[in-house]
Write a protein that binds this ligand. Structure first.
Ligand SMILES: C[S@@+](CC[C@H](N)C(=O)[O-])C[C@H]1O[C@@H](n2cnc3c(N)ncnc32)[C@H](O)[C@@H]1O
Length: 246
């Protein structure tokens, strides 16, 4: 094993093997002409997508020179220089409209992902698939997508080590979306398909909310926060009962 989420022995085989979070991300990328991996770091994802024939060309883009150099080294190692192009710059600034049919933004905070989308919403809307993996604040990403008329057509949770990661697949469809707090916090596709890891996630959230409620006990002017977290806890508890039922 060379890095978290990656099993790859370059000496033995030039085929990269992904697992966990990166594998789920790759699985969600539809067959396409060009995939752009924004915030690529090491370029493992574009390398895997090309090797597996998921896309014909890929763009590995990052805002920092270090990750772009690491990406260039790996692309050369796997002799994919004719198929993967690296770009240096922020977010979707490095690609032009309609250049990539699949856009992946993974391993960053939800607020940063939303900001990247907001800065180039028109480009994002032209992609056939946005594959997004926020490390936190998933609700911020879901809200941005709904408010900007994107359909979240798929969502899945993957466990890696002790952590749970969420992968969202979205596409602009121009429809006005209504949503509840619960759909922002959990994701309606996860609820609908009763994702196998959703129960574990809800139980974790209840434990976290209980901690917050305990801390709030000694705080002045806590009523509003207390009722917010109590309502949220009830939503999670109801869902837990529902998930255990089926
Ligand atoms: C934790 S790494 C994730 C790497 C890879 N996407 C993954 O999921 O394993 C985050 C990467 O995003 C890059 N990044 C941060 N902000 C960015 C931005 N505005 N535009 C492009 N890349 C960005 C960082 O330089 C870093 O290489």
């Amino acid at each position: 094993m060379t890095k978290d989420g990656l099993v790859g022995d370059v000496e033995d085989s030039l085929n990269l093997i992904l697992k966990g979070r990166l594998k789920l991300l790759a699985d969600k990328v539809p067959k396409c002409n060009v995939a752009a991996d924004i915030g690529t770091d090491h370029a493992y994802l574009p390398i895997y997508l090309i090797q597996q024939g998921v896309c014909k060309k890929a763009i590995a883009s990052d805002v920092r020179i270090g990750p772009v150099e690491a990406a260039n080294n790996n692309i050369t190692l796997y002799t994919l220089n004719d198929k993967i192009e690296t770009r240096l710059g922020s977010g979707l600034d490095t690609i032009s409209e309609n250049e990539a049919d699949s856009i992946i933004i993974a391993g960053m905070g939800g607020t940063l992902i939303s900001r990247i989308l907001e800065e180039n919403a028109q480009k994002a809307s032209k992609a056939s698939a946005l594959i997004l993996q926020p490390m936190n604040e998933m609700h911020v990403v879901r809200k941005w997508l709904y408010d900007n008329k994107f359909d979240i057509y798929d969502e899945e949770i993957v466990a890696e080590g002790q952590k749970l990661y969420f992968v969202l697949a979205a596409k602009y469809d121009g429809g006005i979306k209504g949503y509840t707090d619960l759909q922002l916090n959990i994701g309606e596709k996860l609820i609908k398909k009763k994702d196998p890891l959703l129960l574990q996630y809800c139980e974790l959230k209840v434990r976290q909310i209980d901690n917050v409620l305990t801390q709030l006990e000694n705080l002045e002017g806590k009523q509003e926060l207390q009722s917010h977290y109590s309502e949220l806890k009830k939503d999670y508890m109801d869902l837990i009962i529902d998930l255990k039922d089926k």
